[in-house]
Design a protein. Structure first.
Ligand code: NAG
Ligand code: NAG
Ligand code: NAG
Ligand code: NAG
Ligand code: NAG
Ligand code: NAG
Ligand code: NAG
Ligand code: NAG
Ligand code: NAG
Ligand code: NAG
Length: 844
């Protein structure tokens, strides 16, 4: 078999061979001595291993988990000693295990012809010839008879077969045949001569290294991709642009430990990609996991366990088919496993499930009869399957027609519908139908998501929405009653009409969504006691405290000087009303009458973040734990706006004044969606504000399109203020500007001073230094001038949660040019960069 990268690997192999030191041979009695070399004619048997020179890797027979099958593999030696569990990075015979019975007669032997072969002789007939279970198939020359052939296990985890009579010949190396792991220094890529790309395949489950359902493939178009069942691509890295893969911009920021990336292009269109470690002795592995995610894990000495530092796709539930057919994925589910079966279904192979391989999915407890008498069970808060090859959509006028459309086709297994918010008719219902196996259902927390209706056999219906079963006796009753029903119907219609008119008169306008109330101006005037209790005012208007008739306290924001097309306004406001997240302030309703435009929000008892950070009256000092949780909460809310909600939203005005704190000091972002609501008006107001060096990203003034990265910038600025408890910007009477982030990054990064020095003095050094360091680093990365250097909000969350490592940031050179680096003694006034104070706080 020709190795796809023999040409590409020449240089690295050469270096490797040149670095050979005198090696020891395996003595026939030693079982665990640190021998890294096998010579021609020698073999490994069940209890013998090869150990790389500095003891990082070990090669030999292993049995994964509780399995009774034996495999030849390479694993991290020190970690295995601590964990009593091998983290395997390469498997020779992954699809051809040796049974426990045959294991003692098996040997892994290096032949004079340069082949490494795994032999096995059957347990019951020791006399019979040995069978070859696995072989390297080295092609160099089968006729070769060279006693100087040897196999060496390197400290990089590469097993190399070479001939010492010819130093330039690597006969075979395991790095050319990776199985599931991508170790530092290993090269993956595409060979345009043979038209083959590198491919790593997941293990089937934690105890079975055979080819699983997910693969990590490197394609001719310079992308890497994650593929489900050899057919469906559900993740792509985007193309290499010279610095990073376009969908992995954080590569540019770096991951701390993975210090450098190397992409080599060849003239014939081939390429090879690799990465290196900043500290070669750290155990780190990137691999295609059974979970369907490609992950990088590093060994943490502190935790004495592996820590994940990178994963694609980011979230486990984003993996295609992760829970199999009719399985439901639930992220961060502490009390139960990632996947569960829909009600009415059971695990197809419970044994696989117990080994965390859910891909076989679930099967019906009762088979469908496939008649019109099947029923549907409603599942609320579902993220509908986005990528489904077997779905169809239609538009109907009443929701009921969705159900009957599904019933009409025997293979239809579920439906969902959605009123099209942007359609002017109001009664267009988009109906989605799924056929056969239903994959990629995600259960969301809280009130997000859609209702999904799952088809079940009649006996399976639990939720009482099954259709009535007709029998002849009932038919008679129905016939008798139908006359009465018609009469009743007419009466009800009249009543309804009257009721609607009454309702319309009461509310004046109907709300597009049941959970968003359309208030009358008159009522809001009463609720706010004629707008008497003002909580704050800002660029877009003032905020007043109010109390609804049911005594719910609310904050009413009166938008001033805004002209709006009412219909458009109502459309926009209804989409904002749909956005609900634990870290976003909830919009309760609105009012739009003539030129009067008001928004009604939940009132937050602890007011806005700035009061607590900058110690205004009635405020208390937030401790470090609270600040860190607030920082994470805001990042989660923004991640939701940017990445997860249906209409992706850029906030455009992130600052402490727009973060409100509830009774438990949990943060809630206010004023999201205003940019969309107010359109051009909004950016005019925002950009005309003074103090652009405050929270506004440089792109606001440079005229380029605003992206979510503008919010990341503002978030970074605010994070500095959360850490330091003071405004970032100070100005002296002679007009000199002092800028805290520049000062902080100069002190900590270039002068190497402890990060505690930037902490709010009021905390007297009481902070988790590791968290503080993370927060500081991520804040620095967020306020980089170049948008692509800033992380996404999702990454910020991961970094703050400790799931993602972050490199030390560079000095903020572009800001340094503008400001003093030392804080002169005569600086005093902190600039209040907030023009619009929109805290809906409770003044009482
Ligand atoms: C390998 O070692 C285990 C325990 O360390 C022992 O039980 C077993 O008999 C050994 N097998 C061989 C073939 O030496
Ligand atoms: C070696 O060759 C044999 C026969 O051609 C094939 O069955 C086997 O899969 C090959 N082994 C590897 C590791 O490629
Ligand atoms: C290889 O050469 C040695 C002597 O150099 C010889 O004894 C042995 O039989 C040869 N093996 C094969 C397979 O040709
Ligand atoms: C060494 O290997 C190279 C490349 O495979 C080959 O061209 C050369 O003939 C070999 N030399 C000897 C002495 O075998
Ligand atoms: C994977 O694809 C094959 C056909 O290519 C199909 O038979 C098999 O059922 C699929 N596996 C799953 C889990 O859907
Ligand atoms: C790959 O090779 C083909 C010829 O086999 C050539 O047409 C193509 O341009 C090459 N691809 C690249 C990216 O150079
Ligand atoms: C590299 O990592 C090893 C093992 O974790 C550690 O002992 C050593 O101190 C590290 N070296 C440096 C320079 O960080
Ligand atoms: C459902 O309908 C089919 C015919 O469509 C009928 O044969 C079957 O008995 C019905 N089952 C129940 C439980 O009503
Ligand atoms: C049911 O739907 C599937 C998928 O759209 C389609 O292939 C099939 O022809 C439909 N069957 C009937 C009876 O309409
Ligand atoms: C609503 O329907 C219109 C056409 O009727 C379509 O263009 C639009 O994409 C739909 N919106 C949603 C959210 O489905």
């Amino acid at each position: 078999m020709s190795t796809p990268f023999s040409a590409l690997h020449l240089t690295s192999s050469l270096l490797f061979i040149l670095s050979f030191a005198p090696h020891h041979s395996i003595s026939s009695t030693a079982t665990s001595a640190a021998h890294d070399t096998m010579f021609a004619g020698q073999s490994l048997t069940i209890n013998k291993t090869l150990v790389s020179r500095h003891g990082k890797f070990e090669l030999g027979f292993f049995t994964p988990g509780n399995s009774r099958n034996y495999y030849i593999g390479i694993w991290f030696k020190q970690v295995a000693a601590i964990q009593k569990k091998k983290t395997v990075v390469w498997v020779a015979n992954r699809n051809k295990p040796i049974s426990a019975d045959d294991s003692s007669s098996s040997e892994f032997k290096l032949l004079e012809n340069g082949h490494l072969v795994l032999f096995m002789s059957s347990y019951d007939s020791n006399s019979s010839p040995k069978t070859t279970v696995w072989s390297t198939n080295s092609t160099t020359s089968t006729a070769m008879n060279d006693s100087s052939v040897k196999a060496v296990l390197g400290d990089d985890g590469n097993l190399v077969i070479s001939s010492s009579s010819n130093r330039s010949t690597v006969i075979w190396q395991s790095f050319d045949h990776p199985t599931h792991a991508f170790l530092p220094g290993l090269k993956l890529g595409y060979n345009n001569l043979t038209k083959t790309g590198s491919k790593l395949t997941s293990w089937r489950n934690s105890e079975d290294p055979s080819d699983g359902i997910y693969s990590f493939e490197w394609w001719a178009d310079r992308t890497f991709n994650i593929i489900w069942n050899h057919s469906f691509k559900f993740y792509t890295s985007g193309v290499w642009n010279g610095r990073f893969f376009s969908n992995v911009p954080e590569m540019h920021v770096g991951y701390g430990l993975m210090s450098s990336f190397e992409f080599t292009s060849y003239n014939d269109g081939s390429y090879a990609f690799t990465y290196f470690l900043s500290n070669k002795s750290l155990p780190l592995s990137t691999f295609m996991d059974t979970s369907g995610q490609t992950k990088s894990i590093v060994w943490s000495n502190e935790a004495q366990d592996w820590t994940m530092i990178w994963s694609k796709p980011l979230r486990h539930c984003q993996v295609y088919g992760v829970c199999g057919a009719f399985g439901v994925c639930r992220e961060n589910n502490v009390d139960s496993s990632l996947c569960q079966c829909l009600s009415g279904f059971k695990q197809r192979y419970p044994k696989d499930w117990s080994l965390l391989d859910y891909s076989s999915g679930c099967v019906r407890r009762t088979t469908l009869q496939c008649g019109n008498n099947d029923s549907f069970s409603k599942m609320p808060n579902i993220r509908l399957p986005q990528i489904s090859p077997s779905a169809s959509a239609l538009v109907v006028d009443v929701a009921r027609k969705c159900e009957s459309a599904c019933l009409q086709n025997c293979s239809c297994s579920a439906y969902a519908y959605d009123t099209n918010s942007s359609s002017s008719g109001g009664s267009n219902i988009r109906c989605l139908l799924w056929y056969a196996n239903l994959l990629n259902i995600e259960q969301l927390a809280g009130v997000e998501g859609n209702d999904l209706y799952i088809r079940l056999a009649p006996s399976q219906s639990r939720l009482g929405n099954s259709r009535t079963k007709s029998s002849s006796r009932w038919t008679i009753v129905v016939v008798v009653l139908s006359g009465t029903t018609i009469l009743l119907g007419i009466t009800i219609l009249f009543l309804l009409k009257w009721w609607r008119r009454r309702l319309a008169r009461r509310l004046k306008q109907e709300s597009p969504y049941a959970f968003l109330t359309a208030f009358r101006y008159k009522d809001l005037k009463i609720a706010t006691k004629n707008f008497s209790n003002k909580l704050g005012s800002g660029s877009f208007g003032s905020v007043f405290k109010g109390t609804l008739p049911d005594s719910t306290p609310v904050a009413v924001k009166r938008l001033e000087g805004i002209s709006q097309d009412h219909k458009q306004f109502r459309n926009e406001v209804s989409t904002i009303g749909l956005i609900q997240h634990v870290n976003l302030v909830r919009l309760r309703g609105f009012c739009s009458e003539g030129r009067k435009i008001l928004l009604v929000y939940d009132l937050m008892p602890n007011g806005s973040l700035d009061r607590h950070l900058f110690h205004q009256n009635h405020s208390r000092i937030l401790n470090w734990q609270q600040r860190y949780q607030i920082a994470i909460g805001i990042a989660r809310g923004l991640t939701y706006l940017h990445e997860e909600c249906r209409d992706r939203i850029i906030h455009c005005d992130i600052k402490p004044e727009n973060v409100l704190l509830d009774a438990t000091f949990s943060p809630k972002i206010a004023d999201f969606g205003l940019a969309k609501l107010l359109g051009r008006e909004f950016s005019r107001v925002v950009t005309s504000m003074r103090g652009t060096v405050g929270y506004l990203a440089p792109e606001w003034t440079s005229g380029v399109a605003i992206t979510a990265k503008a919010d990341v910038y503002s978030y970074g600025m605010m994070l500095f203020e959360i850490i330091s408890g003071r405004r970032n910007l100070k100005q002296s009477k002679d007009g000199k500007t002092w800028f805290f982030p520049t000062w902080a990054s100069t002190k900590v990064i270039s002068e190497g001073q402890p990060v505690l020095m930037i902490l709010d003095n009021n905390l007297e050094g009481n902070a988790d230094v590791e968290e503080l360091d993370r927060a500081f680093r991520v804040a620095c990365w967020c306020i980089q001038e170049e948008e692509f250097q800033r992380p996404s909000m999702g990454q910020v969350v991961q970094i703050l949660e400790g799931l993602l490592e972050v490199n030390p940031p560079p000095i903020l050179s572009y800001l340094r040019a503008m400001v003093e680096t030392e804080e002169p003694a005569n600086f005093f006034s902190e600039i209040d960069t907030s023009e619009s104070i929109q805290g809906y706080e409770n003044n009482n």
